[in-house]
Ligand binder design. Structure first.
Ligand code: ATP
Ligand code: MG
Length: 631
């Protein structure tokens, strides 16, 4: 075959096409939105541009374009179908008070048919049907532009009215090329016209679908197929929003400055370019699938679902790591952790026994490095980050699965869900998913019970430790201080590696070693021990500055989340030790304690010493004991 456009070429062609039409190519925003605490991830090209769409002037002008990396964790349950991925690139172009419907619709059609060479007779579109109640007219203008475009090349251009998606399943396409929908073709930040607050802009949109005749309509989605049907026969390639109205107390009025916001999935357009209804067949994803085939000795044809999930999740996790996210139990880190752990879970379905994540991550990075120069500097760290999560999780996961099997007949309670997370590293949602696929019943109020336990754990971990070292810290020689500081570093490292359930239950220091007791239900694996050692030594090398500050006790615990020890009581004010690297905005360790400590952590490596865990053993039920030294 000649001149098939791979995904990289599609991206380049798109940017060039709009550059040639007066657009400035702007850089992508990071996956973690900067200065926007309301949302975890960048989920569209428009999101970082909202201030400009609302009227602020953009330094690059009124015509912009880019390819925006997006992450939609809300789409995680769709992964496995032919067209959704959690991570994807959204090709975008914007007019900020410049061109409008005429140019936008024509250009996109031209791009698809002339540049990408899609078959125009397989292109189908939707427009806004109008809203009588709010006196918003039907978008005849967009429909007319489409009609003319199709007419010019001799393609039928019949239209029909649909309304809601539900109506779509009842009415079907009716042989039309242009279908009018209601809410599906209305855009505002808050949804339908009636849900919008006053002074909010909104407008109709027009969506472009590509027909894949090789996909048969599946009636499980609805009686009749229509463009917005979920069966995947018509795939939405892109969506042009025309921001032209403002909601006022007098109803919807035309905005003086109208904007265009276009967003289309690179993966989907690239799939259309190779005539594949399956986005996983494109050049940025299929190599991952092929690697999974060779690692598992299974075929994509048979293991479609698992392979799609693994490829998608690891690609998402890799990009999160590129953008600086690390797995954790909170926010973005939690989503990343969930993606990685879910990928590992599905690798079991493929019978992959060995560690595989480093290899796949390297492959993913190599696919993107040519177009994302920022990858070069971070790629090694990215692989390490994912690899580490695999080390921590894959061993306990198998145990957790066995644990779940034991609950097959009993059903799952909130306490079980808590334990699965706490002990076996199963994110809550993953346990629910397992329960669902194995038909394990969920007990009454499981969610409330689980949330209560989580809250109790949070409180426990903040129960602070005044005088923890009162008994423990026998003298105040330099070596004692060193071990005392090492204890703080190790406490934090244990929490990072094992989880937030790790709470200090006791500590004792001699000239030879530190001893530390903490809550954790399992024997630590050699990998976990090595990882804790690595983190502590890393922090020693970073030469954290050790300082202390005094805080109101309640504030230290509830607001500043200072770490403490189990069962200790203290007065109104406490001393909190901070161990923080120069130039970093957050401390590595922040712990209530009486001191004393060394002044900076590099002192711990004097005479070439390294931190080492000598022994890890059971102390009492649910409590582990570590002895460690600087050797
Ligand atoms: P869908 O209904 O198919 O989920 P959407 O309405 O959520 O799409 P938009 O929010 O309009 O999509 O996003 C614009 C474009 O981004 C879509 O037309 C599609 O090409 C692409 N897109 C959206 N979500 C995904 C996803 N999860 N994976 C890949 N591409 C996506
Ligand atoms: Mg969607």
């Amino acid at each position: 075959m000649v001149d098939i456009m791979d995904a990289r070429k599609v991206r380049l062609a798109y940017l060039k096409f709009f550059e040639d039409r007066g657009h400035k190519v702007i850089p992508r925003a990071l996956l973690v939105p900067q200065n926007d605490p309301t949302t975890l991830f960048t989920g569209s090209g428009m999101q970082p541009l909202i201030p400009y769409l609302l009227g602020e002037e953009h330094p690059q002008g009124r015509r912009l374009t880019n390819s925006q990396t997006c992450l939609r964790s809300q789409d995680i349950d769709e992964i496995g179908d032919n067209r959704h991925t959690t991570f994807f690139e959204m090709l975008g172009n914007w007019s900020l008070g410049d061109y409008f419907k005429e140019e936008q619709i024509q250009w996109f059609f031209e791009f698809l048919t002339k540049e990408i060479k899609l078959d125009p007779s397989r292109i189908y579109v939707t427009c806004f049907i109008g809203d009588a109640k709010n006196k918003i007219p039907k978008d005849e203008i967009s429909a007319k532009i489409w009609t003319n475009l199709f007419k010019e090349i001799g393609i039928d251009h019949a239209s029909a009215e649909i309304g809601s998606e539900e109506d779509g399943y009842r009415l079907g396409t009716q042989g039309a090329r242009i279908l009018f929908y209601s809410d599906k073709n209305w855009w505002s930040r808050s949804g339908k016209p009636e849900d919008m607050p006053l002074n909010e802009p909104g407008g109709p949109d027009t969506e472009v679908f590509y027909l894949f005749p090789q996909v048969e309509h599946d009636p499980k989605y609805g009686k009749k197929c229509h463009f917005n049907c979920d069966c995947g026969r018509y795939i939405e390639l892109g969506n042009s929003v025309f921001m032209e109205y403002l909601k006022t107390s007098d109803g919807f009025v035309k905005l003086p400055k109208r904007n265009v916001d276009y967003g289309g999935g690179l993966e989907r357009i690239a799939a259309a370019a190779i005539n594949s209804p399956d986005v996983f067949k494109i050049s940025l994803l299929f190599p991952i699938i092929q690697k999974l085939e060779s690692l598992s000795n299974k075929t994509y044809e048979v293991e479609t679902n698992s392979m799609r999930i693994i490829a998608d999740h690891l690609r998402g996790a890799v990009f999160l790591a590129v953008d600086g996210v690390v797995p954790s139990n909170k926010e973005q880190g939690y989503v990343m952790r969930r993606l990685i752990r879910r990928a590992i879970r599905f690798s079991f379905n493929l019978g992959i026994e060995d560690k595989f994540i480093a290899e796949i991550s390297q492959l993913i990075l190599s696919l993107y490095e040519p177009d994302f120069p920022e990858i070069k500097a971070v790629k090694q760290k990215v692989v390490e980050t994912l690899n580490k999560e695999e080390n921590i999780f894959s061993q306990t996961l198998r145990k957790g699965l066995r644990e779940l099997s034991k609950l097959q007949d009993k059903g799952l309670s909130g306490a079980d869900l808590f334990k699965l997370q706490d002990t076996f590293g199963f994110p809550y949602e993953l346990s629910l998913e397992e329960a669902f696929s194995r038909n394990i019943k969920l007990k009454k109020d499981y969610k409330k019970e689980y949330l209560d336990l989580m809250e109790q754990q949070r409180k426990r971990s903040q129960t602070a430790a005044k005088g923890v070292f009162k008994g423990g810290l026998g003298g105040q020689t330099l070596i004692h201080k060193k071990y005392h500081t090492a204890t703080h570093l190790m406490y934090q490292a244990l929490r990072e590696v094992l989880g937030d359930h790790v709470i200090q239950h006791g500590s004792n220091i001699t000239e030879e070693r530190l001893r530390f007791d903490f809550s954790h239900p399992d024997k630590m694996t050699p990998e976990q021990i090595a990882e804790v050692e690595r983190i502590v030594n890393e922090q020693i090398d970073k030469d954290l500055i050790v300082t202390w500050e005094e805080h109101d006790t309640k504030e230290a615990m509830d607001k500043l989340h200072a770490l403490g020890a189990f069962g200790d009581r203290y007065g109104k004010r406490v001393k909190v030790y901070r161990m923080q690297a120069k130039g970093e905005s957050k401390p590595f360790s922040f712990e209530i304690c009486g001191g004393p400590h060394v002044e900076h952590t590099a002192i711990l490596k004097e005479q070439g010493k390294r931190f080492k865990i000598l022994k890890e053993e059971s102390s009492s039920s649910g409590i582990r004991r570590i002895k460690a030294a600087l050797v």
